[in-house]
Design a protein around this ligand. Structure first.
Ligand code: TTP
Ligand code: MG
Length: 411
């Protein structure tokens, strides 16, 4: 929290902002369930040091079923194993056991990228703040009476396309949105309208505030400060005496004041749009029509951001979840909406007749006007040759899964 945020006369916050905070539920454990669906409903513990012979590891995360046994992030794995012994394949006994899995960062990053890709598809203003959480500023896209259904759509989309549960908080600023996403985990959705902010915050225990851990909580509890309302009632001076500058930040956070803007980090690596068919379709006219619409939307989006692109790609999802991607590289960066359409339709040809659940169009290898002037200049030279020749670079779906359709993130 910036210390001056929301000071009267210094920064005013617009009640019109609609900020979403999206946080995956038990993220690493949920990823393990994606590749091992039989773990659904089981106490899953992801961490290091549980294999025979290894020592000193900690729990990275635990599924909500495992949390019931007092297992959680950063706990020594030995303690977790005492609470829930690792399940043996051979001798199922009457005592409850846990399913332990090692940390597989590459796989979690891949899933995180896919989540980010969806978030970037629904909003132009996305700030990813950790592997499994992001803020979206949707003020320009929706109004408050659409906020709930917008958030539900995001939850459904991430669950449907990736099999991952998320919790979403919607509020007029980042700090309240974060508290809201945490309020009803897992699979939560909490919408705090601008007028409800004070009532929403007042009864919460102080550790609901960002940055209040067990130590600060007990220090405040000892002084009779148990809820956010108590904290506000004490006033700024007392909190600064107790906690220094952090006391001031908490005082503002407790009042729901936070004027920080959601600033996307860096330029995106790609821009994409995708769309699902309710039921899978094989009708190529219908699919081509959808691709045309998506191509137009993607090209429009690139133009709005002032981006040129050197790669055009499509994604075709065959039932149930077989993702295939194809792309073409261009000799120089372009801004040609018709070419996005032509190339997308051309790439689709090999899928003609196939049953399709979803299609997507992307442009990648982006160049932005600021920060990469040299490449833009070289494009200006090439622009005189109007007709661009592009060569096909078909890469197999499997190879491309990791690289193509990468997150719209510059992280
Ligand atoms: P969190 O979002 O804090 O936790 P979570 O997603 O597992 O659970 P939830 O949001 O439902 O409360 O962190 C995201 C991931 O970061 C988490 O799945 C594992 C990793 N992580 C660690 O490796 N060590 C830690 O101490 C924490 C807190 C998280
Ligand atoms: Mg999380």
């Amino acid at each position: 929290m910036p210390s001056h945020a929301g000071l009267p006369g210094v920064a005013t916050q617009s009640a019109d902002r609609i900020i979403l905070h999206v946080d995956n539920d038990c993220f690493y454990a949920a990823c393990e369930r994606v590749r091992e669906p039989s773990l659904e409903g089981e106490p899953v513990i992801v961490g290091m040091g549980f294999q025979p012979g290894s020592t000193g590891g900690v729990v990275a995360t635990a599924s909500y079923e495992a949390r019931e046994y007092g297992i959680g992030s950063a706990q020594p794995i030995t303690e977790a194993m005492e609470r829930l012994p690792p399940r043996s394949q051979t001798e199922p006994g009457p005592e409850p056991t846990g399913v332990y899995r090692p940390v597989d960062m590459q796989f979690y990053e891949q899933n995180a990228t896919a989540v980010h890709e969806i978030l970037s598809d629904v909003s132009d203003t996305v700030r990813r703040v950790s592997i499994d959480e992001a803020y979206l500023d949707c003020s320009e896209q929706i109004d408050w009476n659409e906020a709930e259904s917008f958030a539900i759509d995001i939850k459904y989309r991430i669950a449907d396309e990736l099999g991952l549960p998320v919790s979403v908080g919607v509020a007029p600023n980042m700090s309240v949105a974060k508290i809201a996403s945490d309020h009803d985990k897992p699979d939560g959705l909490v919408v705090v309208h601008p007028k409800e902010v004070a009532d929403f915050l007042a009864p919460l225990p102080i550790d609901a505030l960002h940055g209040v851990g067990p130590k600060t909580a007990s220090l405040l509890n000892e002084r009779g400060i148990e809820t956010v309302e108590h904290l506000v009632a004490r006033g700024q001076e007392e909190l600064i005496d107790l906690l220094g500058e952090r006391g001031r930040d908490l005082f503002y956070q407790a009042q729901g004041i936070d004027s920080r803007p959601v600033t996307p980090r860096g330029d995106p690596k790609s821009l994409s749009r995708e769309s699902s068919f309710g039921d899978p379709v094989a009708d190529s006219d219908l699919i081509r029509e959808k691709l045309r619409t998506l191509a137009e939307a993607v090209a429009e989006r690139a133009r709005r951001k002032g981006a040129t692109y050197r790669t055009i790609g499509i994604k075709v999802v065959e039932p149930p979840f077989e993702v295939q991607t194809r792309e073409e590289s261009l000799p120089g960066p372009i801004d040609e909406p018709e070419l996005v359409e032509t190339v997308s339709l051309d790439l689709y040809e090999e899928f003609r007749g196939k049953n399709v659940r979803k299609v997507g169009v992307k442009v990648a290898n982006l160049t932005f006007p600021e920060g990469d002037q040299r490449r833009l200049d070289s494009w200006d030279d090439g622009r005189n040759s109007r007709e661009l020749q592009y060569h096909r670079e078909n890469v197999s779906g499997a190879q491309l899964r990791l690289t193509a359709f990468e997150a719209d993130s510059g992280d």
